[in-house]
Design a protein around this ligand. Structure first.
Ligand code: UFG
Length: 329
């Protein structure tokens, strides 16, 4: 298929582009390179442009005649969204509106949208299904919830088919370390811990030890980025085969605490680093764990890397490559 990938130079987008390229799709990446990198685009053509630029967007759609769009471009840092909410409503929600305008105008039939477990907020039952009510507790989750709603309304009114993928905590990197998370000033737990191992940071903080969990730190469902990428390729195939629109959770259905994750990073790397326990960070729910029965039964998706050690090892290997790459440039 001829596909447009927004945010395809970023962390998750670049892993999906790799798999789409390997599956033979014809790819155009649309990315403003605010956090992405040209070297991360390993297949297709890269257009450097912003989704706020509706003229540039229209020109790319006019030329491309896409059959599908995969929409990754977004800001994703929960605490930043609490401090600067309008950045999130503008770059996530409004830019999704711009993209949907182009999708409607150019009659693109298929859309895969990167959504997030943050749309669920702080659910009473921490085993989350796709039917769990959406009650985001931070602007990031709200910005994605609004985008989901716009997509559903447009699909109702037109021939658009969508797959909304609600990601849990994405981590790890390509097992051959060709690409990985290279976001400047990353805040994600496994990335931060890997930077400590590499000596980029002197130590790290655990945000909150008084949560209602087995060791007092937050529980998250960590999913390897290549398992998540696979879900996107399968979602496209499913829609193309007439499977219609769907919403799926993407996670493994089990969670680890912050302390457990840090322990695995230390064990896998053989390195110790200082860890300070501090107060809670704004916007963090106690526990988020995916029920993934739906994606397994409807798409036939099954994980290849459901092992925290594998996830951490791939993140550690990539971090070493990435630090070397930066020193050389
Ligand atoms: N954490 C620390 N120290 C750090 C970094 C993180 O203690 O240096 C803790 C956080 O407080 C949280 C947990 O580790 O309890 C995970 O935090 P991340 O920042 O890695 O990820 P989030 O859970 O905040 O958010 C991520 C994605 C969202 C997605 C969410 C879904 O960024 O897009 O997972 O679970 F919505």
């Amino acid at each position: 298929m001829k596909v447009l990938v927004t945010g395809g130079a970023g962390y998750i987008g670049s892993h999906v582009v790799r798999q789409l390229g390997e599956a033979g799709h014809d790819i155009v990446v649309y990315d403003n390179l605010s956090t992405g990198h040209p070297w991360a685009v390993t297949y297709g053509e890269l257009v450097q442009a912003d989704l706020a630029d509706t003229d540039a967007l229209d020109a790319v759609f006019e030329k491309g005649r896409f059959e599908a769009v995969l929409h990754f471009a977004a800001n994703i840092v929960v605490p930043e969204s609490v401090e600067n909410p309008l950045k999130y409503y503008s770059n996530n929600t409004r830019n999704t509106l711009n993209l949907l305008g182009a999708i409607q105008k150019h009659k693109v039939p298929y859309l895969v949208f990167s959504s997030t477990a943050a749309v669920y907020g702080m659910p009473e039952n921490t085993m989350i299904t796709e039917e769990t009510p959406l009650m985001p507790i931070n602007p990031y989750g709200a910005s994605k919830m609004m985008s989901e709603r716009m997509i559903q309304d447009l699909a109702f009114a037109t021939d658009l088919n969508y797959t909304i993928l609600r990601y849990f905590n994405v981590a790890g990197a390509d097992l051959e370390s060709r690409i990985g998370q290279a976001t400047p000033e990353a805040t994600h737990l496994i990335k931060v811990a890997c930077e400590c191992v590499q000596g980029v940071r002197a130590g790290m903080k655990v945000f909150g030890t008084d949560y209602d969990t087995r060791d007092g730190t937050c529980i998250r469902d960590y999913i390897h980025v290549d398992d998540l990428a696979k879900a996107h390729v399968m979602a496209l195939d499913h829609m193309k085969a007439g499977g219609g629109s769907n919403i799926f959770n993407c996670g493994y259905g089990r969670g680890f605490t912050v302390k457990e994750v840090i322990d695995v990073v230390k064990a896998e790397s053989g390195k110790d680093f200082p860890v300070e326990e501090v107060a809670r960070r704004a916007g963090d729910p106690d526990a988020l764990v995916a029920m993934n029965d739906k994606i397994k039964s409807v798409l036939g998706w099954k994980p290849d890397h459901d092992d925290l050690s594998v996830i951490v090892k791939s993140a550690l290997n990539w971090e070493a490559v990435w630090q070397k790459k930066q020193k050389e440039s």
